[in-house]
Every structure is written in structure tokens, then in C-alpha cells.
Design a protein around this ligand. Structure first.
Ligand SMILES: [Ca+2]
Ligand SMILES: [Ca+2]
Length: 269
């Protein structure tokens, strides 16, 4: 299972304590929230002092063991009622879909990256880890001074910003850069830096790439900062961009400055 891809999480299934009362819908019952099976694929749950019927159409059906009633709703349809006590719980209805009990009804959610249940947790992955994305340098912003308080350029000059992608950050190879925006504390680029990068590469902290923001200078460019693998979450990628505050430089030289940020976009390839 890929880490860091979870966007939607629900508690697994529906389980209730057993309860006493009649055997039919509408019969008086107690305690509140208790339940009993009504055949192999339906349950009766005690709500407001009377039994209400709820379907258990998953392969597990309705089972009762040691006074614990379990209802497998994975085969239920979107829109079918779910008990108050199941609010917020979820179950995988297929390998790529999840049912979640929301406001009293099962709602279906697609999981392009897969739906899986581990222990008590249901994971619905919103971004397929193998999906491919173009990485876009959208914009950059610089604070009026560098992290150490110095101006970006001599005599209080504004920076000359550009952003580069490196396939291999440590080696400084495989680079692609935007054009330079001269003498400005903010710059808009909308330049594609890399094509067909997998979501898992973008989200994996051990990936080799990095994206760095520079101030172009006559001799040695100032590095405002860099980000590397793990800078984007599945939610960021799905949303189409992430806004970053640069704090740590992945490259060891020349100097880490910070006090800048950049917006990186993602377009499905
Ligand atoms: Ca400079
Ligand atoms: Ca400069």
C-alpha cells in the first residue's frame, strides 16, 4: 500500500451491541442503538425506541456473535438508508469505490487509486499513484529581504526570479528552467518544467528530483529555496496546484536563504 495517498478514510463496517425487543420493524426495543439481525441480509436497529430496518447486502450479510451484531453493507446501493450509529463509517463496495454513511444514507465515492480496508480503517485513494502529471511552474513570490535580512541584490535591488526542475537534485542534472523575471518581488511563469511524472514520484520523500527558486545574479545565483519529493499530497495534485513556502534548501550549496515561495501546478498528462 502506498503511503500518503489517503484522502478519504472511514471506519470499517457497522457493528452494534445486541438488544432486546420484538422481531419486526416498528416494535419497541432497547437499548437505544442496539441491533439484531433480521434474517441473513438485514438488520433491525433500535432508534428512538423502535426497530428500524437496515439492509446488509454485502457478502458478510448480518451476523450476530457474542452479543455483537455486524452488518456488511458493502453490497448496498447509494441512497439506501444507514443507521444513525453508522454515521461516518465506510466500506469498500468494489476495488475502486467506497460507500460512506452520510446524513443517514449510503453515499458512493469513487476511488481512482483503489479502495482497501486495513484493520478498522477504510482507505479510498483519490489519486492513482501511477497516474502521470505535467509539473508547471506557476509563480514565485519573494519577501523584500532574504532569510538573513540582506537585500536580494545590491543597493536593495529586487530579485530576478526563475524556477528550475532537476531530475536528480543531488547531481544537479536533468534541469529545465523558466525564463527570468527581472527586478520583481513576484513573477508569473506558467512554464511546464517536467512531463509525465507519476503521482507516486511527486509524493515520495525519497524521490531524486527537486524544484528550486533562484534569483539570477551576475556571478552566482542566489537560491531562494528548493522542494523535493513529498512536497505535494494526493489532495494537492488532485486540486491542480500547491502553494509552497520555501524554508529548507535540498542542495547544500551555495547558501540557503528562504523567505520566498512558489506555486507549482499539476496537469494530468
Ligand atoms: Ca542576488
Ligand atoms: Ca539578481
Amino acid at each position: 500500500m502506498n503511503q500518503g495517498l489517503v484522502v478519504l478514510v472511514g471506519l470499517m463496517g457497522s457493528a452494534w451491541v445486541g438488544c432486546t425487543g420484538g422481531g419486526s420493524e416498528g416494535d419497541k426495543c432497547s437499548p437505544e442503538g442496539g441491533a439484531k439481525c433480521d434474517g441473513s441480509s438485514a438488520s433491525l436497529v433500535c432508534e428512538d425506541g423502535v426497530f428500524k430496518p437496515y439492509a446488509c447486502k454485502g457478502a458478510g450479510g448480518c451476523t450476530s456473535n457474542n452479543d455483537i451484531v455486524r452488518c456488511d453493507a458493502s453490497g448496498n446501493s447509494a441512497g439506501e438508508a444507514c443507521p444513525r450509529s453508522s454515521e461516518g463509517t465506510a466500506t469498500c463496495s468494489s476495488s475502486t469505490a467506497m460507500l460512506r454513511c452520510t446524513s443517514g444514507a449510503w453515499t458512493s465515492q469513487t476511488c481512482p487509486g483503489g479502495c482497501s480496508a486495513t484493520g478498522a480503517t477504510v482507505e479510498c485513494l483519490q489519486t492513482n499513484p501511477n497516474s502521470t502529471w505535467d509539473v508547471i511552474a506557476r509563480s514565485a513570490t519573494f519577501q523584500t529581504t532574504q532569510g538573513g535580512g540582506e537585500s536580494w541584490d545590491a543597493l536593495g535591488g529586487a530579485p530576478d526570479g526563475f524556477i528550475c526542475w532537476f531530475d536528480n537534485c543531488a547531481a544537479g542534472t536533468g534541469s529545465a528552467c523558466t525564463a527570468v523575471t527581472s527586478d520583481a518581488f513576484s513573477a508569473t511563469f506558467n512554464t511546464t518544467l517536467a512531463s509525465s511524472i507519476t503521482a507516486s514520484t511527486l509524493m515520495n520523500t525519497s524521490s531524486a528530483f527537486c524544484i528550486c527558486l533562484y534569483d539570477e545574479d551576475a556571478t552566482t545565483d542566489d537560491i531562494a529555496g528548493c522542494v523535493g519529493g513529498g512536497f505535494a499530497t494526493a489532495a494537492d495534485i488532485q486540486a491542480g496546484q500547491v502553494s509552497l513556502t520555501l524554508q529548507a534548501n535540498l542542495q547544500s550549496s551555495p547558501v540557503v536563504y528562504g523567505n520566498a515561495g512558489m506555486v507549482i501546478g499539476f496537469v494530468a498528462h
